[in-house]
Design a protein around this ligand. Sequence first.
Ligand code: FES
Length: 593
Amino acid sequence: MDAPNKEFALAGSLGELKAKGRLVVHGAHRPILVIYDRGRIFAFDNRCPHMGFPLERGSVEDGILTCHWHHARFDLESGCTFDLWADDVPICPVEMRNGEVWVKTTFGHADPAAHWHQRLADGLAHDLGLVIAKSVHGQLAADVPRADIVRQVALFGAQNRDGWGVGLTILTALANLLPVVPEEEAYLALFHGARHVAADCDGQAPRRERAPLGSRPEPAAIKRWLRRWTSVRHREAAERTLLTAIAAGASQGVLADALLAAETERAFADTGHSLDFINKAFECLDLIGWQHAPALLPTVVGQMVAARGAEESTAWRQPVDLVALCDEATSQLPELFAAGSGAHSWSDHAALASELLGDDPAGIVDALKSAIRAGAAPADLGRSLAYAAALRVARFGNANEHADWETAHHVFTYANAVHQMLKRIGTAKIDGYVASVRSVLHGAMALYLARYLNVPPARIPGDVDERLDDLPADAQTIRAALLDAFDRQRQVDLAARLVARHFMLGHSSQALIATLAYALLREDAGFHAYQMLEAGVRQFTEWGDTDEGRHILIAVARYLAAHSPTERAALQTADIARRLMRGGELHHEAATS
Ligand code: FES
């Protein structure tokens, strides 16, 4: 029988429904469950919002529908769940027409963007992975700009945790990677970012806001005060000082310089994480808008003032006092930059990187000083440092302990953060910015201390005249082999060879990066893996399809291969959410068995 209204389908007669208690309406639409309970009729999406099992197998008691599978419970009238991990089940309007039960077959929300925005807020607040995944998918399907989703999650993270954390760093790293990942992986990237922020905030005390000072001091005073409060670990004073700078309209460069100068009051603080977090907060504001600086930027202050500096560690004091070496060089920086200001443009980044990998710390500092004298700008030094640190990872010897990967990784992501911060500061008023250049000296010493990781060095494939002809030649086949390598443990060298092969045959580096991104996004990756890929991609853009670019992507591939595969539980959650959102029947066989 034709429906009088095409949006409605006939479920059956009222008598049939009363007799059976429930009916399922199949068709081109999603299967719809119709339930008769104590004189009232209710209709739902028959797929449980938790994992899609058929709700028709559930039980009804006292106005509550309980799913047969994992026992999530739903209010019959509204579809709202009593068990937040399961999510609410969509309901359908019902009409009685001449003793027949008709149900509306279209699901949807009057304002999908607003609905999924609220659901994402709920998922973040209660750390519900499936709800987060569906909400991200729902917002993307409703054409919500990716930046809006990042903004919602970032502001949640800033407000619901007392300080910047791992979650916000992962979110920012993945949001930075969005332009290089295919459309399908954008959903995965945003899901991973949001779920890590939610996990980071779960059970945490919310952040307490502080106010800027009533005065508007000069940038030089702000910088001095920030350094002072960091030295004496006075968090409130440092936060109010930073908020004052923001309220005074300080430029990004001024803010970056003030924070980097304060951060480098301690050397390589918190094994580089503190500086990396500061850089990520800046990058997050680039993504979500600088009007949110008062909410976001002060979140990095707590860790910065509390961080433990490397100057407290024996390795930095004995047998060579590396801190004293850095301090002495720092005192010479104004003079060195003044000498280099008249020089021609400097571009010996790779040569300087090679010197930074030396085994004499005084020689390393001398190399940096020579580069400055020859005209290298702070950002040039950062670029060389980042490339040298990438080479540490690319040459990481397989005889090291597995945990040693993190030592190499820390220096690389620190160096990348230094590079990005120095680029943001720029070269204007260079004499005022020399304190920030301490970050390069500290990074160079951290790199020096990690030299044992390259003893003996792993050979970088493609550096000598080798064809790697035992590997496939076709681009897609190479990338498939790379993913296959990531499916197995300890395929570090094979991953490096495949990347080198892809390069030497001139295949698309962007496609290779997209493959590396997919390899990461399908894993239950750790914090460092996200940082590694993002820093690698950012550094690759400095060099492009050159030997140095190849070295950087080999470093990334080797690190990812050393940490793959994982259980991929988050990918499973993302897949379930995707199929639920697309309206598929996830467990049809279970329903009919
Ligand atoms: S509770 Fe329904 S599928 Fe898990």
